[in-house]
Design a protein around this ligand. Sequence first.
Ligand code: CDP
Ligand code: CDP
Length: 231
Amino acid sequence: MNKITIAIDGFSSTGKSTVAKQIAKHLGYVYVDSGAMYRAVTLYAMQKGLISKSDFNIEALIYQLPSINISFKFNKSLGFAEVYLNDVNVEKEIRTLEVSSFVSKVAEVSEVRQKLVEQQQKMGKDKGVVMDGRDIGTVVFPDAELKLFMTASAETRAKRRYEELVERGDAVNFEQVLKNVKERDYIDSNREDSPLIKAKDAIEVDNSNMTLKEQFDKIIQLVKMTIEDCE
Ligand code: CDP
Ligand code: CDP
């Protein structure tokens, strides 16, 4: 069976990574969370004191980019690959609201994007990959056989993300999470380099009123149809 490339883009907390992991597992494909890579670079900038609420030393981050190594290692018990920053597992640390509050600023920097896009393209060169992010169908894999663009209302998305953070034990309130979701949507959609836009040939999936199962069933059907078309 021919292997294809599946690009999943969309707004924050639309269920991209959940469905991408399910599809990858179902097909025996590799799942790549491109957002985790931007989050890991952001964590590095925070650890080195390069970014704070009042300041962002972009030049220093660009200068230090060659010393930032992002990698993935498959975790058998979780069933997906976790992200490592300079060989340290940072899967948990990158999901905090603090990292979320800085990540879109870091993702605006073209030099950061260049480095990560190059690595993402290498990871997908043999196809058989499901990658989710903001520019996967437009920039990383413009020739992907299947492109999905996920949307849902901001309130629905913030509620989902809030529940996730509370479950992790993070002290956050709903208004903070909603503000962050809206801010990131705005910066990600309006930046100059690789803004979040729906690729012309992407299929839009609004899952505001879909359960995880309904979402998976719809998407796996699209995947199967695409694979059949490629045979
Ligand atoms: O999971 P969530 O939707 O909260 O975000 P993410 O996928 O972890 O991505 C975090 C941030 O990284 C996004 O808000 C974007 O600013 C940036 N990003 C990007 O610019 N390009 C990508 N391909 C993936 C993420
Ligand atoms: O990757 P992205 O930020 O787009 O979203 P996610 O991390 O896959 O999903 C965010 C949260 O929304 C997770 O807790 C999902 O289980 C939940 N979700 C949901 O309850 N129903 C959906 N149709 C999609 C996602």
